[in-house]
Design a protein around this ligand. Structure first.
Ligand code: HEC
Length: 159
């Protein structure tokens, strides 16, 4: 009887400790603020960004079970927090800033620094292929050129 009690006690404490970990938070997604709404990326591009990047660069993080366990909880929580702060598909900036993010995303994938190494080790299936990188880079360049054209036009109209 006593052992039963202490086991349930431990389970309750354990469940509490796990469930109140503060860093596993997905802020609400407002559809009008997303990269989809801003740029309507081709399906293929969105599939790659969703698969390889969205866990740290969007508000739709899929938290793995081990993100409840220290020390991974802190490490993953920090990566997601800093990743979202650097670039967030769910809170996409308009215009040149967004285009700049896309060029940086292409460069980071091409250099193999994103997704980060520990993430690639835990999710080998999510690493972008050479073809994925080519697809994202070619679309990023298109978007950057489009922004330049828009800006030139706006400047022309202002004269
Ligand atoms: C495991 C989490 C994680 C994943 C997955 C991830 N990133 Fe990141 N990313 C970060 C963190 C953390 C930072 C900010 C600190 C740093 O640069 O290490 C960052 C920074 C960046 C930046 C720099 C933004 C700036 O300030 O200029 C770019 C670009 C970027 N990531 C692109 C990507 C792309 C593209 C993918 C998918 C192919 C990706 N990341 C996947 C965690 C991640």
């Amino acid at each position: 009887m006593r052992t039963h009690l202490s086991i349930s006690f431990l389970l309750v404490i354990g469940a509490l400790a796990l469930s109140i970990h503060p860093s596993r938070v997905n802020p609400p997604v407002e559809p009008a603020r997303t990269i989809q709404s801003a740029l309507d990326p081709p399906h293929e591009v969105m599939r790659i960004l969703d698969r390889s990047c969205a866990d740290c660069h969007s508000n739709r993080t899929v938290w793995p079970w081990y993100s409840r366990v220290q020390p991974m909880a802190s490490l993953i929580g920090r990566d997601v927090e800093q990743g979202r702060a650097a670039m967030n598909f769910s809170e996409w900036p308009a215009g040149a800033k967004g285009a700049g993010f896309l060029l940086a995303a292409c460069a980071a994938m091409d250099a193999g620094v994103m997704p980060k190494k520990p993430y690639r080790m835990m999710h080998p299936d999510k690493a972008p292929t050479r073809e994925d990188i080519r697809v994202v880079c070619s679309w990023s360049r298109e978007q950057a050129q489009r922004q330049m054209t828009l800006r030139r036009r706006a400047e022309g109209a202002g004269q």
